[in-house]
Design a protein around this ligand. Structure first.
Ligand code: ADE
Length: 253
């Protein structure tokens, strides 16, 4: 039977919550100010001999996220290569139908502040020859069913609806509705914005590792965003493991 190795990245410790309390045989390795934890998740499964979890909180922004993803990948052994990288955390809503606690699973992500015009069209990532990165169909499907099943069983009471769609990443905390309106005109179908997802997606894609980005709405990226975000995070940190647990249970079945 084979092993499963899942990598979990969040920007903040609160978004990883008390995940470490659910792992055994934990070891950690420091790279400067970044600490990567690896442990075993002792959930009985018929499909895998063991489930290894590596986790790290990266810090805010695309540079920190890229650095953490790169370190995470190079820290994994050839014996247990990473099967999929999951980035979870909070996001600001762009789609006005989305409310706090709604979950957005990225179909695609875009670095909305990438702009090398006139040499390339707006949002285009020259290294990948595209402007939107597409998440692994297989892992996304498993993740979506995992969350939906948990929700239907009443295991994710705090959480709202689950939607799939485009998530935008940029080095900016958005608290300006006008900026959002302009951005959504340029990015059809944009659901939510955050500051790390598409950076991790780029690193993972270039390294040939599947990735999944899951975001929970904390604010509406308007003038109340900073306050809503801070208040939400205080509650979310007690629930972030529930979401990760639901995902891990579903994908390891
Ligand atoms: N993450 C959560 N809320 C956000 C916002 N308003 N802007 C950027 N990233 C966010």
């Amino acid at each position: 039977m084979r092993h499963l190795h899942i990598a979990l990245i969040s920007a903040m410790r609160e978004e990883i919550g008390n995940t470490l309390n659910h792992l055994n045989d934990i070891s950690s390795k420091k790279f400067g100010d970044l600490e990567i934890y690896t442990g075993k998740w002792d959930n009985k499964t018929d499909n895998f001999q063991s489930i290894f979890i590596s986790l790290v909180w990266s810090g805010w922004g695309k540079v920190s996220a890229s650095r953490a993803a790169t370190r995470l990948i190079s820290n994994s052994s050839n014996e247990h290569p990473i099967d999929c990288i999951f980035f979870t955390g909070v996001a600001g809503a762009v789609d006005s139908k989305l409310k706090q606690w709604d979950v957005v699973l990225a179909d695609k992500v875009v670095q909305y502040d990438m702009d090398a015009r006139p040499l390339f069209k707006r949002f285009y990532i020259p290294a990948l020859n595209l402007d939107r990165l597409t998440s692994s169909e297989e892992w996304k499907k498993k993740t979506y069913s995992a969350i939906l099943n948990a929700k239907n069983k009443g295991l994710l009471e705090e959480f709202g609806s689950i939607t799939k769609g485009l998530i935008g990443t940029g080095d900016r905390f958005i608290s300006d509705q006008n900026f959002l309106v302009e951005l959504s005109k340029d990015l059809n179908g944009l659901k939510a914005i955050e500051m790390e997802g598409a950076a991790v997606a780029q690193v993972a894609s270039q390294e040939g590792i599947p990735w999944v980005i899951i975001r929970v709405i904390s604010d509406e990226a308007n003038s109340d965003a900073a306050q809503n975000f801070s208040e939400f995070l205080e509650i979310y940190k007690k629930n972030s493991w529930d979401l990760l647990n639901a995902i891990l249970l579903g994908i390891s079945k």
